[in-house]
Design a protein. Structure first.
Length: 260
C-alpha cells in the first residue's frame, strides 16, 4: 500500500505534465498575429464604409469562388451600419447571379436572377463537392469567421498576408502551404491574394496588405453587423448614467444640506 502511493503520484504528475505540454503546444506553435488598429475597435468604433465596400469586392471577386457567406442576404448590404450600398446597387449586384427557385405550377424547378431577398450564392452545391475541389479540405463559411478564430480580425489579416516559404526541415505535402499563423503551420488554402488582383473603383491601390485589411474589415461586419448600433447604445447609456449620477449627487447635497 505504502509502496503504491509514490507510483500513483508519479503517474498523476506525468499526466498533468503531458496535459500542460499539449496545451502549451496548441497555444505556442502558431505565430502571434500583430495587432491592427481597426476603426471598429474601442468603445466608440465604427466601420469604414469605403473599406467595407472594397472588402465586399475582394470577397466577391476572390474568396467567393471557394467560401460561402450563408448568413448574408444581398439586401443586408444596404442596411445601416454596413457597406450601405443603395437599393439600386444591391439589385444590380444580386442580378449578376442565378438561383434555383420553384417549384412552379407544373412542379418544375427553374432558374431566375437573384433578388435582394436571396442569400449570397454558395460556391459549391454541398460539403462533399467543396472538399473534392480543394484536395479534401473544406473552405469554411466565412460569415462568422472573425468570431470563430482566436485572434479575431487580427488573425484573419495576419493569415492572409503571412504566407512564407516553408523553413528548412519542414516537410510539405502537395496541396499544403506554409503559413506560420495557422495552428500547425500548414494550410490547404493557397495564398489567395496577389498584388493588384482586384481593381478598386475608388482608386485605392490594391496591394496584398490593403486587400487583406479591406476583406477582413468586411468579414468583421458579416460577423457583427450590429456593432455600430451596439456601441452607440453603450455610449448613450454611459452619458445617461453620468448625468443621472450628477443629478443624484446634487439633489442629495440639497436634501442633506440642513443636517449637521
Ligand atoms: C481556391 C480556393 C480558396 C480561395 C480562393 C480562398 N480560400 Fe480560404 N480556404 C480555402 C480552403 C481549402 C481552406 C481550408 C484550409 C485548411 O483547413 O487547411 C480555407 C480556409 C480559410 C480560412 C480559415 C483558416 C483557419 O484558421 O482555419 C480563412 C479565414 C480563409 N480561408 C479566408 C479566405 C479569404 C478571406 C479569402 C479571399 C481573400 C479566401 N480564403 C480565398 C480555400 C480558398
Amino acid at each position: 500500500m505504502i509502496g503504491r502511493t509514490p507510483t500513483l503520484l508519479a503517474a498523476w504528475l506525468l499526466l498533468v505534465g503531458l496535459a500542460a505540454q499539449s496545451t502549451a503546444n496548441a497555444a505556442g506553435d502558431a505565430k502571434h498575429p500583430q495587432a491592427v488598429d481597426w476603426s471598429f475597435g474601442g468603445p466608440f468604433g465604427t466601420y469604414d464604409r469605403s473599406a467595407l465596400r472594397r472588402g465586399f469586392q475582394v470577397y466577391k471577386e476572390v474568396c467567393a469562388s471557394c467560401h460561402g457567406l450563408n448568413q448574408i442576404a444581398f439586401r443586408n448590404l444596404a442596411q445601416p451600419g454596413g457597406p450601405e450600398f443603395s437599393e439600386a446597387e444591391v439589385k444590380a449586384i444580386a442580378a449578376e447571379y442565378e438561383v434555383t427557385d420553384g417549384p412552379d405550377d407544373y412542379g418544375d424547378m427553374f432558374e431566375r436572377p437573384a433578388l435582394p431577398k436571396d442569400r449570397l450564392i454558395e460556391p459549391y452545391p454541398n460539403q462533399k463537392a467543396a472538399r473534392a475541389a480543394n484536395g479534401g479540405s473544406y473552405p469554411p463559411d466565412l460569415s462568422l469567421i472573425t468570431k470563430a478564430r482566436s485572434g479575431g480580425p487580427d488573425y484573419i489579416h495576419a493569415l492572409l498576408t503571412g504566407y512564407e516559404d516553408a523553413p528548412e526541415g519542414v516537410e510539405m505535402r502537395a496541396g499544403l502551404y506554409y503559413n506560420p499563423y495557422m495552428p500547425g503551420g500548414k494550410i490547404a488554402m493557397p495564398a489567395p491574394l496577389l498584388e493588384d488582383l482586384v481593381e478598386y473603383g475608388d482608386g485605392t491601390s490594391a496591394t496584398v496588405e490593403q486587400m487583406s485589411l479591406d476583406v477582413t474589415h468586411f468579414l468583421n461586419w458579416t460577423a457583427e453587423p450590429e456593432l455600430e448600433a451596439r456601441k452607440k447604445t453603450g455610449t448613450m447609456v454611459l452619458i445617461y448614467l453620468t448625468i443621472f449620477a450628477g443629478l443624484l449627487y446634487f439633489s442629495m447635497r440639497r436634501i442633506w444640506a440642513d443636517q449637521h
